[in-house]
Design a protein around this ligand. Structure first.
Ligand code: OSB
Ligand code: MG
Length: 361
């Protein structure tokens, strides 16, 4: 039995800018667990800095090494893993990396694909794209390319004071495109007048406008806008999802398995939201092909009714650590059908991209 963590750095084809910063490379913890002749993989969605959430690669490494690795040795089912780690507060991204690796491991033991193990599937994921903040002409060009490639929804990153210009210019050029906007928590209720100005562009939803852990102000904002509110950062647990839906803080939830501690909690959130007439889709954290493969598997569930941020590997990377990248056909991507997450690791490029490695056991 062995468990290894690699810090992998892969440059982005273009910088990715959100309201919280610009990223030029993906700096990912890639996990590899070997037991019973099976190699399972995982990816932690943390990055260098604690800007999207409070976790980063160093905190995740610590939690995995010093608190989760001993539990992994017991090879629990994902459900048992969640119970065994309940007393560890927070640190969902670290937990999710192992929980999803366990889905890969157990699915491979059973000889089936992760997407089949998750539940009834559509057989494909509907795909949208997330576009970072850029100059207006560049954004228009990227939207045009995305529409030509068949993406089913375009999400524009916005920032305080730039929301009107970004959304208006794209809406003017593309009156019929399914559009959304993601603020990554850059507003407060004081910005209501500015947000009202983008309320008339027919966005499918406005994503995470207010505080990264806020629910109450989002409920107030949701009553003031006709655009539905979607929550990302704020939905950090099944309980938070229940409360958000109950008080009307959102009607749409961006499910990121990494943010929720893995697939077990993500399934619960998706079911809860859909039962209450809400909508769910699968977000992304600029993952490599390993993390992406988990997301696409989940996004293919019938429960998931909106297009997600699951664009194929070549949106971000010239070369990826997997040899079987996803192909998008008419805005759809099929989950890998091989056992587990079904990725073929590009061993050469993986070791070339590894800047540090830890043999945990
Ligand atoms: O808020 O959805 C977000 C990337 C990094 C951090 C936060 C977010 C994003 C994205 C990218 O929007 C989506 C993707 O992985 O393609
Ligand atoms: Mg978001």
């Amino acid at each position: 039995m062995s468990f290894k963590i690699r810090l992998v750095k892969i440059p982005f084809l273009a910088p990715f800018t959100t309201s919280f910063g610009t990223e030029t490379e993906r700096s990912a913890l890639v996990l590899e667990f070997e037991a019973d002749g099976i190699r399972a993989f995982g990816e932690c969605v943390t990055d260098e800095g604690p800007y999207y959430g409070y976790e980063d690669n160093q905190t995740a490494l610590h939690i995995i090494k010093d608190h989760l690795a001993a539990i992994l040795r017991r090879k629990p089912s994902p459900g048992d893993f969640i119970e065994l780690t309940e007393r560890i507060r927070g640190h969902n991204m670290a937990k999710a990396a192992i929980e999803m690796l366990l889905w890969d491991y157990h699915s491979k033991l059973e000889g089936r694909a992760v997407f089949r193990a998750l539940g009834p599937s559509k057989g494909h994921a509907d795909v949208g794209i997330s576009l970072g903040i850029a100059r207006t002409e560049e954004t228009i060009g990227r939207v045009s390319q995305a529409v030509d490639r068949g993406y089913k929804r375009v999400k524009l990153k916005i920032a305080r004071g730039r929301e009107y210009e970004i959304v208006r210019s794209v809406r003017d050029s593309f009156p019929d495109v399914e559009l959304s906007a993601d603020a990554n928590s850059c507003y407060t209720l004081k910005d209501l007048p500015g947000l009202r100005r983008v309320d008339r562009f027919g966005l499918v939803y406005l994503e995470q406008p207010l505080g990264h852990d806020d629910l109450l102000d989002h409920a107030t904002l949701a009553r003031e806008l006709s655009t539905p509110v979607c929550l990302d950062e704020s939905i950090s647990s099944v309980e938070k999802a229940r409360q958000a839906l109950e008080i009307g803080a959102c009607t749409v939830i961006n499910i990121k398995p990494g943010r929720l501690g893995g697939f077990t909690n993500s399934l619960k959130v998706a079911k809860l939201a859909r039962q209450q007439g809400g909508h769910v889709w699968v977000g992304g954290m600029l993952e490599t092909g390993v993390g992406r493969s988990f997301n696409v598997s989940f996004a293919s569930l019938r429960l998931v009714d909106y297009p997600g941020d699951t664009s194929p590997n070549d949106k971000y990377f010239a070369r990826d650590i997997v040899k079987n990248p996803f192909e998008m056909v008419r805005g759809r991507i099929s989950p890998n059908r091989g056992p587990g997450i079904g990725v073929e690791i590009d061993e050469g490029f993986l070791s070339q991209s590894t800047t540090e490695a830890w043999k945990i056991f």
